[in-house]
Design a protein around this ligand. Sequence first.
Ligand SMILES: *Cc1c(COP(=O)(O)O)cnc(C)c1O
Length: 364
Amino acid sequence: MTAIPCGALLTVDLDAVIANWRLIAARLAPPSRAAAVVKADGYGLGARPVASALSRAGCRRFFVATLAEAIDLRGALPDDEIFVMNGLDQGSVALYRRHHLIPTLNSVAQAREWQVHGAGQAAALQVDSGMSRLGMGLDEADILAQDAEFRRAVPLILLMSHLACADHPDHPQNRAQWQRFERARALFPGVESSLAASSGVFLGPNYHSDWVRPGAALYGINPIPGRPNPMAQVVRLQAKIMQGREIDGGIGVGYGASHHTTGRTRLATVAIGYADGLMRVLGNRGHGRIGDKLVPLVGRVSMDLTIFDVTDIDPALTGEGSWIDLIGPMDDIDQMAQTAGTIGYEILTSLGERIHRHYRGAES
Ligand SMILES: *Cc1c(COP(=O)(O)O)cnc(C)c1O
């Protein structure tokens, strides 16, 4: 079988994902342990291969956002715990039971639904400790905590909450949320708890509870912005040169002719565009690399194609079929995110299906 050639390639280093998970785990003191968040298709890298590699490395607990993600992941992870963080959709308990999934009960109504239809099956309960996104209030959690019938029917295996400002270690909301979470924990003695995601891990042991739930850091995104990234780089994004052209003089480049060449210029058109998740805002701002040499992204990013100025590069390296690095050894995810005015999370989760995923390491 001949593989269909691809125009853009995302190489995912599964050994680096495992190394990052171990690095997080090594920061924890017992009884705290590290789970893994693989929502949004493993932040765009592929939930199944990422989770399978982590499972083989000893990770036993996984979190996704939606029920559909969990059902899909169950196919790759027959034995591990899979939590659904977005909450319990009405009428979905049978699917949870069939696939042995663990819901996050985010409201009293969800808790009652599980009490009636999921009785005897493990569940997590989420409180809102100050982010105002998902989870029930402390008063509601208290009602459930005191409700003997609920407690008998629903084995709670995790009490969780989520920090809004953990990437700013000095933000006063971190401590305020921690204090609220401590009050919630006191309502459920003996129930394990989880507060920290990637950045929360770096706030120190107070925030570690029984489980931490890192996502971004596993994929190489810096969990401590403004300080050197402790995580290993996981991805390399390359786009293939589909056509080169030599220009002498001034000519418009791309839609809207937003860039004009001057003098002798060599351009390379590569097979990646905003439909693949290469942010359109990078037009005339971003860059790629050939080896360690920077090549400016010129003109607008189009849907399927992007143009780079390769005038300064050895022509032997810019022929049709050559590759330009967009995220790679020289420029990491956070670097591209900064240029695009966004965060690494959005860069990774935007990467489209046309980009071929190639997996290295972890016996892949
Ligand atoms: C996405 C998410 C995580 C993981 O967050 P990262 O910052 O990627 O580590 C953990 N918990 C909840 C509730 C989330 O929504």
